[in-house]
Design a protein around this ligand. Structure first.
Ligand SMILES: NC(=O)c1ccc[n+]([C@@H]2O[C@H](COP(=O)([O-])OP(=O)(O)OC[C@H]3O[C@@H](n4cnc5c(N)ncnc54)[C@H](OP(=O)(O)O)[C@@H]3O)[C@@H](O)[C@H]2O)c1
Length: 302
């Protein structure tokens, strides 16, 4: 008897994480890649692409009913943290309302949903955070992402939530992430000011995608903290990036968050305890230097 292929629906497939998810699942799943733009930013052979606004209830319902995936990976989001303070409606419709529509559609065909959330659901005053820690978002982006988590966890759908942070990685036609931005600045010989009082766990997108596949294939519902294994200040992370890529670290200058004046308040220390994912899913996440070296390798293979 011929086994039917498993099907994965990747939402947000044009983004940093979405492109990595498509790569990881396309090995042995039939993948439908979905994002908002009419065309794929990273077309891949044998991966179908479809444009869909996931915040349109009828459209996401139709998409899910037509494809009938085993699992749905939701990496689609309104990810402009500062912009979320002013474009509140746009942020809420994708980060909260759409997740409810997705949960409803998934439940109707019994598909498993792996949704991505953020460390910005925490206020950063009592790190390290585990899955039992009480969320207390500081900004509108974090509030909307927390609402998305809540609508999914109370929907009755088969689900897991992967909370992550400080994503970096490679892909095609992507907007810059912290690492690719810094590499550009240092290669151009530009001086940069980087905050030395914000702490987090930098996360390589390809590693997160592999961990999300484990989550998709497990039967466990609930929240999982999935980030890089090591906590570091943004300034020290920048210095490590310069070292791994053999660039001039003297161009990097420390600055405080107060001096920088970002629009949205950010958690100062959102370090994650990732032991639940390590224990229950058997995932291994890199520390800072290991992750950067893997990333350097990925770039050299592109
Ligand atoms: N980046 C980080 O440092 C970070 C940190 C913590 C958590 N996260 C979470 O990780 C996830 C992935 O983040 P990312 O950085 O990979 O995001 P990203 O690069 O900004 O990509 C977001 C994707 O969402 C799609 N999208 C936006 N609105 C949509 C809509 N209405 N309908 C369908 N698709 C829509 C975009 O499509 P188009 O490109 O076609 O417009 C894009 O493919 C998000 O849930 C984010 O909240 C990210």
């Amino acid at each position: 008897m011929k086994l039917l292929p498993r099907k994965a629906l990747v939402l947000g497939a044009n983004g940093l994480l979405g492109q990595n998810l498509v790569r990881v699942f396309a090995h042995d799943y039939e993948v439908l890649a979905v994002a908002a733009q009419p065309e794929p930013r990273a077309p891949q052979p044998e991966v179908y692409y479809q444009s869909c606004d996931i915040a349109e209830r009828a459209d996401i319902k139709k998409l899910v009913k037509n494809f009938i995936p085993n699992c749905i990976l939701n990496a689609a989001a309104f990810t402009d943290v500062d912009g979320s303070e002013v474009k509140r409606e746009a942020c809420w419709r994708v980060n909260a309302t759409a997740v409810g529509y997705l949960a409803e559609a998934a439940r109707s065909i019994d598909a498993r949903v792996i949704h991505v959330s953020t460390d910005y659901v925490f206020d950063g005053t009592s790190a390290p955070y585990n899955e039992e820690s009480r969320p207390q978002p500081l900004g509108y982006y974090g509030k909307a992402k927390l609402a998305g988590e809540n609508v999914l966890s109370t929907s009755g759908a088969n689900y897991a939530i992967a909370r992550t942070m400080v994503l970096y990685g490679s892909g095609k036609n992507l907007r810059l992430n912290f690492v690719t931005w810094l590499l550009g600045q240092l290669r151009a010989g530009k001086e940069v000011r980087i905050v030395n009082d914000q702490y987090g766990n930098p996360t390589l997108a390809s590693e997160l995608a592999v961990a999300m596949r484990k989550l998709a294939e497990s039967k466990q519902n609930g929240i999982f903290h999935l980030s890089g294994a090591e906590t570091i200040s943004r300034y020290d992370f920048a210095v490590q990036i310069a070292r791994v890529f053999e660039l001039n670290e003297k161009l990097i200058h420390p600055v405080t968050t107060a001096e920088l004046g970002q629009a949205a308040k950010r958690p100062m220390n959102s370090a994650f305890d990732i032991s639940k994912a390590q224990r229950e899913l058997g995932v291994t996440m890199s520390n800072v230097v290991e992750g950067l070296k893997k990333f350097r390798e990925e770039l050299s293979q592109e």
